[in-house]
Write a protein that binds this ligand. Structure first.
Ligand code: ZN
Length: 238
C-alpha cells in the first residue's frame, strides 16, 4: 500500500505473487487476495518463445486489479538447455514425464535453475516493497519430477533468502498453496475463489504457447485431465 506520501506502508500485510500467465499462478493470485491485505504480481520472462504468456499474465493481473511488474531476463534464455527456451521445437508427449528426456531423466521442458532464480527475484521485489511473503504456484504433484518444484527445495530457498536479506526485511516466507494438490483439486479451488474462474479463461498453460492451446503438450495434457477429473469445462477452451 502506498500512503499519501507515496511511501510503502509497512503495516500492510502484503504479498508478491509470481504470475506466469498460466492456470496455477492465476489461481494463486486469487487465493493470495483472500490471504493478504495487498497483493502485487510479478512476471519474469526469459526469452521463452511464448510472448503470449506475458499477454495472459497482463490480462489476469488487470482483471484481478493488482499492480503488475514484469522483469525481462533474456540472458537466461541464452543459457539454453531447455525446450522452453528454444525456438522451433514442438513439445509433445503425455503428462508427467514427457517422451523426450533431458539428462538426469528430466523432461526437456525442465529449465535448470529457473525456480531458484525466480524466487530470488521475487524476494528482491518483496523486500523493496516491504513485503515478506511470496506466493508461487509451484506444485510437486504433477510436475514431471522437476527438483526445484519440491517443498524441500522451497524450504532451503526460504532460509537462504532470509539469510541473504537484511534482518529487518525477513524472515522471507514462500507460500506454495498448490504444492500437494492434484490438477483437479486446483480446478476445484479456482471454482471457489471469487473472480478466479473468469481469470482462468485468460490463462495460457500450453508449452507451445498456442492459443487455442495445442492440447498435446505435457502442460496441455495435465490441464485437460485436471478439468475432466474435476467435472468442469475449461473456461479457456474454445
Ligand atoms: Zn500445449
Amino acid at each position: 500500500a502506498r500512503s499519501a506520501s507515496g511511501v510503502d506502508d509497512p503495516s500492510m500485510n502484503k504479498a508478491i505473487v509470481l504470475l506466469s500467465g498460466g492456470q496455477d499462478s492465476a489461481t494463486c493470485l486469487y487465493l493470495a487476495r483472500t490471504m493478504f491485505d495487498e497483493v502485487q504480481a510479478v512476471s519474469i520472462f526469459y526469452g521463452q518463445r511464448h510472448a503470449a504468456e506475458l499477454e495472459s499474465a497482463q490480462a489476469v493481473a488487470k482483471l484481478a486489479g493488482v499492480t503488475h511488474e514484469t522483469i525481462d531476463l533474456p540472458v537466461f534464455g541464452g543459457i539454453g538447455g531447455s525446450d522452453l527456451t528454444r525456438t522451433g521445437t514442438e513439445i509433445r508427449g503425455a503428462g508427467g514425464l514427457g517422451d523426450a528426456q533431458a539428462p538426469g531423466g528430466l523432461p526437456t521442458s525442465f529449465v535448470p535453475g529457473r525456480n531458484a532464480l525466480f524466487l530470488t527475484l521475487a524476494a528482491a521485489v518483496a523486500v523493496r516493497h516491504g513485503a515478506k511473503d511470496i506466493v508461487t504456484g509451484t506444485c510437486q504433484t504433477d510436475y514431471s519430477g522437476y527438483p526445484d518444484c519440491r517443498r524441500e527445495f522451497i524450504d532451503a530457498q526460504e532460509q537462504a533468502l532470509t539469510l541473504a536479506m537484511p534482518s529487518s526485511a525477513g524472515p522471507i516466507r514462500i507460500h506454495t498453496p498448490l504444492m500437494h494438490l492434484s490438477k483437479a483439486e486446483t480446478v476445484r479451488l479456482a471454482r471457489r475463489l471469487p473472480g478466479c474462474w473468469d481469470a482462468l479463461a485468460l490463462t495460457l498453460t500450453c508449452y507451445n504457447g498456442k492459443r487455442p492451446a495445442c492440447g498435446e503438450c505435457p502442460a496441455c495434457t495435465l490441464r485437460v485431465r485436471g478439468f475432466a477429473e474435476a467435472g468442469e469445462r475449461d473456461p479457456a477452451a474454445v
